[in-house]
Design a protein around this ligand. Structure first.
Ligand code: SAH
Length: 362
């Protein structure tokens, strides 16, 4: 007889772990205590959980496990950013990035191994899609970062590898755990899901979670967006924009963050800015301009700094809050769109790389 697979407790939300413990014939509060041990105290050894009765611990050891991702490689960048390449139980690799700033620090979390969406300017796309991450693999990245840093990060962005809304069933419980009082206690305003715009999943998300929303817009019209973000052919702007408005409609103070990668000569002219202003009329918005981060094999170039600034000023004049994202972790391929999830020998590539110097405007 083969043994039933053990349940990994790392991915269970409060209600799920309570139900699991009740299913074992134990009290729900023991489940809550174990959740606290795992996420608040970082304890993954059942025997160290001193308030769990010995008999229950023995039962847990038989039927459950606490498995977190392993660090395959740590890469510190010159600017303080750190990239962790993590190895999952099946040998796959994903990347998690820590970005410290003056008054906050952000963890950039992956939701899939690879990505199926094929955005033309993103290096994860080149790797293709491999599989969805499980809830424990998603929250496991926050668990690991918290242990490595010795503190809970202030912000989490679902902006690593993959499309979170293509894995909504595993992403939502992980984001619940990020916000859970017994776990990381990060407020909903500081947990951000970034999507390229899978409209039906976005409509579902509205009923499941009220985290902050960032949308990878990158173009002000369908013709251009079809090329840059091919999922636009399925869910064009006339569907995406109302779905985004609807997502934040429950609270007047909420805004959508529109991500807009600045590609030299492609989407960065003043007429693009004007079209963007028209598109976002009546939508509570913030625009985050992202200087394109080059990677080997990409044909795009980064927009010159003056053009990014002119674009930003044009949006500002129209009353739209617009910021330019600082590129971080560039020297370790940890910047937006550079995550590829492979452990490989970079020594040769590093030699060949032409350093790109970017000055950034905040
Ligand atoms: N799938 C999600 C999360 C992706 S990564 C999404 O599409 O939103 C987070 C952001 O980085 C997205 O806005 C993405 O479009 C952007 N990005 C991808 N490649 C990039 C690159 N090479 N340079 C700058 N930004 C990039």
């Amino acid at each position: 007889m083969t043994e039933a697979p053990k349940t990994n407790l790392v991915g269970l939300t409060k209600s799920a772990i309570e139900a699991y413990f009740v299913g074992l014939g134990a009290k729900a509060f023991h489940g809550r205590n174990v959740l606290k041990w795992i996420h608040k105290h970082g304890v993954i050894d059942f025997d160290a959980m001193t308030d769990v009765p010995q008999k229950l611990r023995d039962q847990l050891k038989q039927q459950a496990e606490i498995v977190v991702p392993k660090i395959a490689l740590v890469q510190p960048a010159r600017d303080g950013t750190t990239k962790w390449v993590l190895e999952l139980a099946d040998g796959q690799h994903i990347e998690t990035v820590h970005i410290p700033e003056d008054n906050r620090d952000t963890i950039c979390v992956s939701s899939q191994v690879g990505c199926a969406l094929d955005c033309s300017f993103c290096s994860t796309a080149q790797q293709g899609f491999n599989r969805n991450l499980t809830t424990d693999e998603i929250i496991g990245q926050v668990w690991l970062a918290t242990r490595e840093l010795g503190r809970i990060p202030t912000n989490v962005v679902m902006m690593g590898m993959g499309e979170p809304l293509a894995n909504i069933d595993n992403v939502v419980p992980a984001m619940d755990l990020m916000q859970e009082d017994l776990a990381y206690m990060i407020s909903k305003a500081r947990v951000t899901l970034s999507t390229s715009g899978i409209v039906p999943a976005l409509n579902r998300l509205r009923d499941l979670s009220d985290v902050s929303l960032a949308v990878s817009l990158h173009a002000p019209d369908n013709e251009l967006r079809d090329q840059l973000v091919p999922i636009n052919r399925k869910y064009p702007l006339e569907q995406l924009i109302p779905a985004c408005k609807n997502f934040i409609s429950s609270d007047k103070r909420r805004k959508i963050t529109w991500e807009y990668v600045m590609l030299d000569g492609v989407n960065d002219s003043i007429s693009h800015a004007k079209a963007l202003i028209r598109l976002l009329q009546g939508v509570p918005s913030k625009v985050n301009l992202i200087p394109f981060n080059p990677f080997p094999g990409s044909d795009y170039r980064t927009s010159p700094e003056e053009r990014v600034e002119a674009f930003r000023q044009r949006l500002k004049r129209a009353g739209i809050i617009a910021t330019t994202r600082k590129t971080r972790g560039e020297d370790i391929d940890a910047a937006c769109g550079q995550l590829v999830g492979k452990v490989r020998d970079r020594s040769r590539r590093q030699f060949k790389r032409i350093p790109v110097v970017q000055e950034h405007v905040q």
